[in-house]
Every structure is written in structure tokens, then in C-alpha cells.
Design a protein around this ligand. Structure first.
Ligand code: KG4
Ligand code: ZN
Length: 349
């Protein structure tokens, strides 16, 4: 990427990032936009597992309990102090939090904590779009990438094909018209009795199955748009299993997964070709999927594109990506006012 024009006071600025949009309580300190000094994630997945999905009220309460210790741990791991007084300046130069999209009660915990810290430490507050943060998860691990790239954000809540032209310049090329990819994994896994979260369970079981066993539909592939749909695929799985009760679950898992991966890659590749992207990046929880990663590498190699696969820690929600996105927003737009609220349905603009 071309060298950035960075004011001296920002070049080494440390940003405390906070992420509480869903079921991960996370805090991280990132210096100069790309140097991760610490990144702490406390997952609530065990709290929600018995309900088969994230329960918003439980998530908010857990964030309230976990956030302060998680922030304290982020300072310890960075070798910094979270103690600032009138005589002693804080060890971070700004505090950022995800303000949307996400669960409103969960977002509010992070946003109000970040504002309170920024106010008491006398440093700027930065409000971060969670989807923009996912774009930065990719860049944190591939700082030399040449833009434009297409980023496929595939998580439990989102399936987006985003053109990233430059810092702060994005265009959503396509998205799901119904279920998100991770949601389809979770719903199919629940139907197959594989528990929650469904993505990792299907990923593991699919290794033992035959992905050619059942030809599930690839909805909307070849329709000229960059949109996808997964609810019909989920219905096709349910209908098939009801009609063939003796079918091997591993074959269903492998065949379902192949249909999801085929669909995502067909659209991601078409999007990349249409905008002349140099590569395709993955982000979001489903980016941890082993078949999707393997097929993305193969596809990009065949097409002369770069494949950008974040580490598994950067696929799932974390606060390092929030702090990195915040630093770039600060550089481009300055700090945010303290009256910014949580925006549950925030889009990527
Ligand atoms: O990004 P994330 O941690 O949370 C949000 O939705 O924002 O994504 C969680 C989603 C869940 O739907 C989970 O089933 C899915 O990511 N997931 C996977 C895998 N690991 C997590 N899906 C497919 N394969 C995986 N290995
Ligand atoms: Zn996410």
C-alpha cells in the first residue's frame, strides 16, 4: 500500500479499542494503526450454547461483568498502565468502541465505557463501524496489500462483498438477501443436532463426508448480481433429510458446506473481476472455515489474484481490528463527539 501521510502526533499514537457488539467482550491496544500491543478476547459462547444462539440480555449482562477486567488485561499485556491522574497522563492517546451494527444493549456497554474512559483521561473518543473493523482485520495482517481488494465479510450476522478502494473508501457490491452464511451454518447444524455454534461443528464433520453425495442448490449463482441467498439452501437440506432419513449426516454436512463455499466464491470472484481487484480477502467468523479457506487459495491462484486469509483470531470478533479502524478514522476525520449513540442497524457507508 502507498505510504500514508500521517501527522507526527498520530504516528505513534496508541488507541484502546473496545468491542462488545455481539457475544465477544474484547479490548486491545494498537499503536500507529497497525502494531498490536495487546488483544484480549473473552468469548461468551459457553453462556449462550445451551440456548442455541446468542441471547441479547445475557450478552449485555456478561459484557458489563467482563469488560473492565478485559480492559485491565489489555493494559497488562501491553506493558502499560490504566492509571491516569491529573499529574500522570494516560498511556493511550484515544479510546474507541464499536457503535454498530450489533445488539443494542451489548453495544451500549462498550460505547458508554469508552466514552467514560475518554472523558476521564481527557483523550479523544472514536466511534467505529464493526463492518469497517472487519476490513481492518485483513489489513492488520497484510499491511503490504495493494488496493483495491474485495473483502468477503462472512459472519453469523453478515454476508457482504465489499470493494475496498482505499482507507475510508468502501463500496458494498453485494450482500445476502436473507440469511447470513454463518446463520445458515448455525440453522443447519441445529437441524442436524450438531449443537451451537454450528459452523465449527459442520466444518469438522464435513471432513468425514462426501461433498459430492448430494447436489444442493447454489442459489442466485450466475444471475449477474453479487448478492447471495441461503434460506432456500437451508430448506433444501431439511427437505432432503426428511425424505432420506438414513442419509449419512457427514455427507449432508459436506454437501451443504460445498454449496455454501461454491456460492460465496462464485460471487466473490465475479465481484473481484468486475472491479479489477488485486485480491480477495476473508473476514468474519465463517472465514475460519477450512474448506472456504482452501478453495479461496485455489481459486485465487488460478485467477492470478492474491488470497488474503486472516488468522483465526482475526476472523472472529476482536478489538485489535476496532482500534486499527479507529486510528484510520481519527487520521481521516478526527475524533467523534461524545453524543454518538449505539446504532444497531448501522450499514457500511
Ligand atoms: O464473526 P462472528 O464471530 O460473529 C458474528 O456473527 O459477528 O461469526 C460467528 C459465526 C457463527 O455463525 C459460526 O457458526 C460461524 O461464524 N463460524 C463458522 C466457523 N467458525 C465460526 N462457520 C463455518 N466454519 C467455521 N469453521
Ligand atoms: Zn463480526
Amino acid at each position: 500500500m502507498t505510504a500514508l501521510d500521517v501527522p507526527a502526533e498520530l504516528a505513534r499514537a496508541r488507541v484502546l479499542g473496545i468491542e462488545t457488539s455481539c457475544d465477544e467482550t474484547a479490548a486491545a491496544i494498537v499503536q500507529g494503526g497497525d502494531q498490536i500491543l495487546s488483544s484480549v478476547v473473552s468469548s461468551q459462547v459457553d453462556l449462550h450454547a445451551r440456548y442455541g444462539g446468542v441471547v441479547p440480555e445475557i450478552a449485555s449482562r456478561a459484557h458489563v461483568e467482563l469488560l473492565v477486567p478485559v480492559i485491565a488485561q489489555a493494559f497488562v499485556e501491553a506493558g502499560l498502565s490504566d492509571h491516569a491522574t491529573a499529574e500522570r497522563p494516560p498511556d493511550v492517546e484515544a479510546v474507541a468502541a464499536t457503535y454498530g451494527p450489533g445488539l443494542v444493549g451489548a453495544l451500549l456497554v462498550g460505547v458508554s465505557t469508552a466514552k467514560a474512559l475518554a472523558l476521564s483521561w481527557g483523550v479523544p473518543f472514536l466511534a467505529v463501524n464493526h463492518l469497517e473493523a472487519h476490513l481492518y482485520a485483513t489489513l492488520l495482517e497484510a499491511p503490504d496489500v495493494e488496493l483495491p481488494i474485495v473483502v468477503m465479510i462472512v459472519s453469523g450476522g453478515h454476508t457482504l462483498f465489499v470493494l475496498m478502494e482505499d482507507h475510508g473508501r468502501y463500496r458494498v457490491l453485494g450482500s445476502t438477501i436473507d440469511d447470513a452464511a454463518g446463520e445458515a451454518y448455525d440453522k443447519v447444524a441445529r437441524f442436524l443436532g450438531l449443537g451451537y455454534p454450528g459452523g465449527p461443528a459442520i466444518d469438522r464433520l464435513a471432513v468425514e463426508g462426501d461433498r459430492e453425495a448430494i447436489r444442493f442448490p447454489r442459489p442466485m449463482v450466475g444471475d449477474g448480481t453479487f448478492d447471495v441467498s441461503f434460506s432456500g439452501l437451508k430448506t433444501a437440506v431439511v427437505n432432503h433429510v426428511r425424505k432420506h432419513p438414513d442419509v449419512a449426516t457427514a455427507d449432508v454436512a459436506a454437501s451443504f458446506q460445498e454449496a455454501v463455499v461454491d456460492t460465496l466464491l462464485a460471487k466473490g470472484l465475479a465481484a473481484a473481476r468486475s472491479v479489477g481487484a488485486t485480491g480477495i480477502a476473508l473476514g468474519g467468523g465463517v472465514a475460519a472455515n477450512s474448506r472456504l479457506r482452501e478453495r479461496l487459495v485455489e481459486t485465487c491462484e488460478a485467477e492470478g489474484l492474491r488470497s488474503l486469509l486472516p488468522s483465526r483470531a482475526m476472523c472472529t470478533d476482536n478489538a485489535a481490528m476496532v482500534a486499527a479502524a479507529a486510528w484510520h478514522r481519527w487520521r481521516l476525520h478526527g475524533p467523534d463527539p461524545l453524543d454518538v449513540g449505539a446504532v444497531p442497524n448501522l450499514g457500511l457507508v
